[in-house]
Design a protein around this ligand. Structure first.
Ligand code: LLP
Length: 421
């Protein structure tokens, strides 16, 4: 459920008309709903009620300062994967003890930054990382809490580009070698092994892979405890999917996910961490764009928008589906039209969807891409010298621009011409 609904025939974000925002900030823009973000965070928090837990928002999904502040103020932890994300989380007021550092390629600088600034734990992904982290911790006179990310070799049944828990993926250490690697970690100075981490993929709409992975983690917990390790915390990753195509979707809910956690690892008495990103932010955001032209092709009609693949790359990159709806609700009984919806960027990859049956649109009319709050703005670029588009946050009847559109001069002046040229 989200808070983007038609009111008297116009699409609103909570109590604000998206058309009014468009009139003030121009198109295209991203718009997020604070109520939806809040609701989704609470759903996860409630799903784990009764178990000691922390919901660490995977901020890669949407790392705008206002979004982080909103979630951080509710008590969310943050899952970060770079020094930049760590800095963003801290700048939004999230304390180090609620920040978890994930990622396969943490650098020495990033380790220093997080150890000096405060960190809840590092999720270690390889032996060389473990050795480097140990030496950095020792050099700073610190003992850092760590989990080791295991690769359970479970098929997440999702798009191959976002599947991360199969043998052959670059993530984690093979679960079959966990006993050996945990022994090595325990022997290294500066590291305090406290738990196990797993994350097998994203946009997962079947709970079974989660169950299989968590079961393997539970078995490993017992084995490692038998070896004398204190396994007190399980980081179970993120990955729960969202209904991108509203008309034919019934994905599992956070409470169903919580039930799987309870059933598979609840008996171990561990503190539970989860790292959801998409489910918190995805349906909390839309991308609003204007139709520039309706162009008749040889055998099809193109809806040419002012948003493009540089603003929302998911369709081009993963063949992802996003619902596209008009800001003015179609009249009952209105005949739909069929379009290839495209942007102005000069490659055919700049296609949001082909042969979509949707409301008939004319030039100047506005549309919203739904489910664009996660992996939308954060993955955008200035390809074709199209400045990054603004982000807007709505709460109730108020809205604010939370990232302004840069001017063309700001974009151009980031480049410098060498004096010798
Ligand atoms: N934890 C780790 C270690 C991750 O790698 C990810 C996502 C998450 C948590 C959050 O997963 P979520 O709950 O959002 O599914 N750009 C892609 C998605 C990439 C996901 C990468 N890792 C997309 O647009 O679909």
């Amino acid at each position: 459920m989200d808070h983007f609904l038609y009111q008297d025939g116009e699409l609103f974000a909570e109590d604000v008309s998206l058309r009014d925002i468009a009139a003030q900030v121009g198109t295209p823009f991203y718009c997020y709903s604070a109520a939806t973000l809040t609701r989704h965070f609470n759903l996860f928090d409630e799903a784990l009620a009764g178990m000691e837990h922390l919901v660490c928002y995977a901020m890669k999904a949407n790392s705008n300062q206002a979004v982080l502040k909103l979630l951080g103020d509710m008590g969310a932890g943050m899952d970060v994967v770079s020094g930049g994300e760590y800095r963003r989380a801290r700048a939004a007021g999230v304390p180090g003890e609620r920040i978890v550092f994930s990622g396969v390629g943490k650098t020495e600088e990033e380790m220093r930054l997080a150890i000096s600034g405060g960190i809840r734990q590092f999720n270690i992904e390889s032996e060389p990382e473990m050795v480097l982290l140990s030496s950095v911790a020792v050099s700073l006179g610190a003992e850092v809490p760590v989990t080791i990310r295991v690769n359970p070799d479970v098929d997440a049944k999702t798009h191959e580009k976002i599947s991360t828990g199969k043998k052959g993926d670059k993530f984690g250490i093979p679960i079959s070698r966990a006993v050996e690697v945990y022994a090595q970690a325990a022997a290294l100075p500066g590291l305090k092994v406290i738990g196990i981490d797993v994350h097998i993929g994203s946009q997962m709409v079947d709970l079974e892979p989660f169950r299989l992975a968590f079961r393997k983690v539970a078995e490993l917990t017992e084995v490692l405890r038998g070896e004398g390790h204190e396994i007190a915390r399980l980081d179970l990753g993120g990955g729960l999917g969202i209904p991108y195509e509203r008309s034919n979707a019934d994905p599992p809910l956070p409470r169903d996910f919580g039930q799987v956690v309870r059933e598979e690892v609840g008996h171990l008495g561990c503190e539970i961490e989860i790292e959801p990103g998409r489910l918190i932010a995805g349906n909390a955001g839309v991308l609003v764009s204007k139709v520039i032209y309706v162009k008749s092709g040889e055998d099809r009609n193109f809806l040419i928008l002012d948003a493009a693949m540089n603003d929302l790359i998911r369709p081009a990159m993963y063949g992802a589906y996003h619902d596209i709806i008009p800001l003015s609700e179609p009249k009952p009984g209105a005949e739909p039209a069929t379009y290839d919806v495209v942007g102005p960027v000069c490659e055919s990859g700049d296609t949001f969807t082909k042969q979509r049956v949707m409301a008939e649109m004319g030039p100047g009319e506005l549309v919203a891409f739904r489910s664009a709050g996660a992996y939308g703005a954060v993955m955008s670029s200035e390809y074709n010298s199209r400045p990054l588009i603004p982000e807007v946050l709505v709460r109730g009847d108020q809205f604010a621009v939370i990232r302004p559109r840069p001017t063309f001069d700001e974009m151009i002046n980031r480049d410098t011409i060498p004096p010798w040229l």
